[in-house]
Structures are given as C-alpha cells and as structure tokens.
Write a protein that binds this ligand. Structure first.
Ligand code: GTR
Length: 416
C-alpha cells in the first residue's frame, strides 16, 4: 500500500475520540463572571445588572446562540380545546394554538396546559417535549402534531410522522400527576412545531424572519436553539396573560438540547422565575473549556444548525471563547436555577455541569442568594438544593421520576 494512500485512509478514518479521562482535561483559564471584558471588577448587584449582564448577553447572542432578527408582526392565541375535568378529575386541560405572523408568513404551534383543578392561579413548569404533546401522557384528547419529527422506533415514530402509536409513550419523562398534586401545572410544546430538528433553514421559525432573498441566518443570527428559546418567551407572553396561571412562578425546564434552549431562554428573559437544566451538556450547563465528552467542534459538526455560524470559530479553539457556560448560568441570577446530571451521561460531562453551577455562584452571592458551596461534587443521589441546586443521579441520559421528584420538592421550597 502506498504511503500516500495510507495517509488518505488514516485521514478519512480520523474519528473524534471523546475524552473521558479527568487527567487529560486541559489546563484552562475560566473567565471571571465578576470581571467585565474591559477588566473592571463587579462589586455590587447593581453593577452586575447594569454593566456585566448586558455584555454577557451580547456575547452569547452574537457568538454562541445567535441574535433574533427582529420581532413578529403579530401573535395571536386561541384556546382550541379544553376540559375542566381532565386526568380523572385532577386537572383542567387547555390546548392553545399560537400563531406567529411575520411578513405575511405564519407559523402555528400548540401549547398543552394542565392546571391543578383546585387552584385559581397555579405556578407552572414550562418545557418542550421531543416527540409531540400526545406523548407526554396517555390522554386521548391531546391533539397530534402534523409537524416533522425525528424518527424514534422505540416509541413508534417512523417516516418522520407522529401518530397515535406514540400516545403516552413518554409519560415516564413527565411526572404530571406529581406536579398537579404539588399544586403545579405543566405547559408543554412540541419543539418540532417551532423549528424541525434538522439541518434545513428553509422551514420553521427562521424562514419567517428572512430579509429579501435570504435563505439562512447570517453569521450572528440564531440557530435552532435560538428559535426554540424565542418561542419559550412567546409562550411566556401567553402565560402572562392567562388568568389561570401565576405568572410570577413560571419555571422553564428542558432536557438535553432542550435544556440548552431552556437555559438560553431563562438567561435572556427575566420573566422566567426559575430554570431547570436536565442533562443539558455541551452548549448548555457544561463548561466548554474542559473539552470533556462532547466538544464545541463535535456539536457544531453533528448539529451545524443549532448555534450561530459564529460559534464555529471556537471549534477546537475553546480557549478563544471570552465566556464559558458558567456565565450563561450566572445570567439567571438571582432567580432559582437547578442543574442536574446523570452518572452514565459522560457525553454531557456531569462534572463540567456541576462546576459550572459552582462557578456561577459568586454572582448569586452578590444578590445574597445561596449557590453551590464547594467545588467537591456531591455524592450520587444526594441533591444540593439552594437557590442554585444540583444533583447527579444514577442512570442514563434521560428525565426520570427521580429528577422530577427533586425539581418539584425544590420548586415548592423556592417558590411557595
Ligand atoms: C446529543 C447531543 C447532545 C444532546 C443530546 C440530546 O446527540 O450531542 O448535545 O443535546 O443529543 O439532545 O439528547
């Protein structure tokens, strides 16, 4: 075999090998959330809010998630289905169609809302689901979305189409009865209705916002995560005006890629009273500069449409990033924040998720709020529940009953 041929073969086979070895984590300088880009110390909560918070938002917008190019021309919402006796009489159910109009184009999505029956104004958890509202609980009244879906044969989704077969199949990820019993409601949306999770910018929300013959976002404009985050805020617009919801207690939740979207929405939009990141990993809670598990280059290669085009500048160049993800978390301060990891979810770098919450803590301290007290990870299944909360549980990348049990307990303590 010629040397040249061998080289080509080796290059083709040059596959990314994730680092899962703590001793191979590079030395890195973590930016100080309390030092501005022009090197000024932030000593008060007021100067955090006036100086540091805006420049960090600006950086995450232009370099990481991308900016939203403008506002919608109109947004209307209508209740298209409701019941005052859902889930065996425990809850009220509302299905609300939201229609966004921009430059004559429209995009509609459905919010599925369950509210505890005996509470006039309920706090709610708001979160996207991966495979349609009808998957979150076995309730025959839930409408099935016609939007494109990733296939998932384990829950009966083939041909990128949602069907009856997957009704209730993701109920294990949504402890709805437990939420209702604790006095909380749930608002959920199928994320594929906002932007289908594929490398195609001609569909979904982005396509409404193009100027002239634009066909994809420009370098500092939003990717899919930016679009998903934007629609969480539009859903907050709706919830704010819903008399059955306590708008001062809307907690945005998300798992994995949708955890990244929840963090970004919660960072930007201070109407979210709290934020929960479940296994959000790279581009979510995990520190990028550790390069442990999924890296910036990997995520941008596998999902080139999730972040802004600018974020690709940091592929294999995390040291050039003027921020790290602990500063995304810090943008949520002083509001309650829960970061959770799973033992077997090494790809998401549990330690990096934990340290990120730890390094966001000085900003919470500035507001007199308790964060993560030490850089020693807590034992498995032993949550730390302060204003900043963290747990690592046994098991895989998933949302489990254990996770919701902790979130509900913490929410009740923080918000009641
Ligand atoms: C993975 C991706 C992660 C995470 C995950 C998920 O393939 O690499 O960043 O977002 O998907 O959303 O389940």
């Amino acid at each position: 075999m010629s040397a040249c041929f061998l080289f080509v073969l080796q290059t083709m086979n040059a596959q990314f090998v994730a680092n899962y070895d703590e001793s191979k984590v590079p030395e890195f300088d973590l930016p100080d959330p309390l030092t501005t880009f022009s090197n000024n110390q932030i000593l008060t909560s007021a100067s955090w809010t006036e100086l540091r918070r805006p420049e960090l938002i600006d950086f995450f917008e232009s370099q990481v998630f991308g900016r939203v190019p403008g506002t919608a021309d109109a947004i209307i919402s209508e209740v298209i289905e409701e019941s005052n006796s859902a889930l065996d009489g425990l809850a009220r159910r509302r299905q609300v169609k939201v229609t966004v109009t921009k430059k004559g184009k429209t995009l509609s999505y459905l919010i599925l809302l369950y509210l505890p029956k005996n509470i006039a104004k309920a706090p709610v958890f708001l979160g996207y689901n991966f495979h349609g509202n009808h998957t979150v609980i076995n309730d025959p009244a839930i409408l099935i979305s016609e939007a494109w879906s990733l296939n998932n044969e384990s829950i009966g989704i083939t041909n990128h189409t949602l069907t009856e077969e997957s009704r209730g199949m993701r109920s294990g990820r949504w402890a709805i009865t437990k939420m209702i019993e604790a006095g909380y409601g749930l608002a959920t949306i199928y994320y594929g209705e906002i932007d289908p999770d594929k490398n195609d910018f001609t569909d979904g929300l982005h396509s409404l916002f193009y100027a002239g013959d634009q066909e994809r976002p420009v370098k500092d404009e939003w990717g899919a995560i930016g679009a998903w985050a934007w629609a969480l805020s539009r859903t907050m617009d709706y919830l704010e005006n819903n008399m059955e919801v306590d708008k001062s207690r809307v907690i945005v939740f998300g798992h994995s890629r949708l955890g990244k979207a929840a963090l970004w929405a919660g960072a930007m939009d201070e109407r979210f009273a709290g934020v929960i990141s479940n296994d959000s990993g790279c581009g979510g809670a995990a520190l990028s500069k550790r390069k442990f598990g999924e890296t910036v280059a990997q995520i941008n290669e596998n999902f080139p449409y999730w972040f802004s085009e600018n974020f690709k500048k940091y592929n294999n160049a995390e040291e050039d990033l003027a921020v790290d993800q602990h500063e995304l978390l810090a943008l949520i301060a002083p509001r309650p924040l829960y970061v959770a990891s799973a033992m077997e979810d090494e790809w998401a770098d549990p330690k990096g998720e934990f340290l990120s919450a730890f390094y966001a803590t000085p900003v919470y301290s500035l507001f007199g709020k308790a964060g993560i007290p030490s850089n020693e990870m807590p034992a498995v299944n032993s949550p730390i529940q302060n204003t900043v909360a963290y747990h690592i549980r046994t098991g895989k990348h998933d949302v489990t009953e254990y996770d919701w049990k902790q979130y509900i307990k913490w929410a009740v303590e923080q918000f009641d």
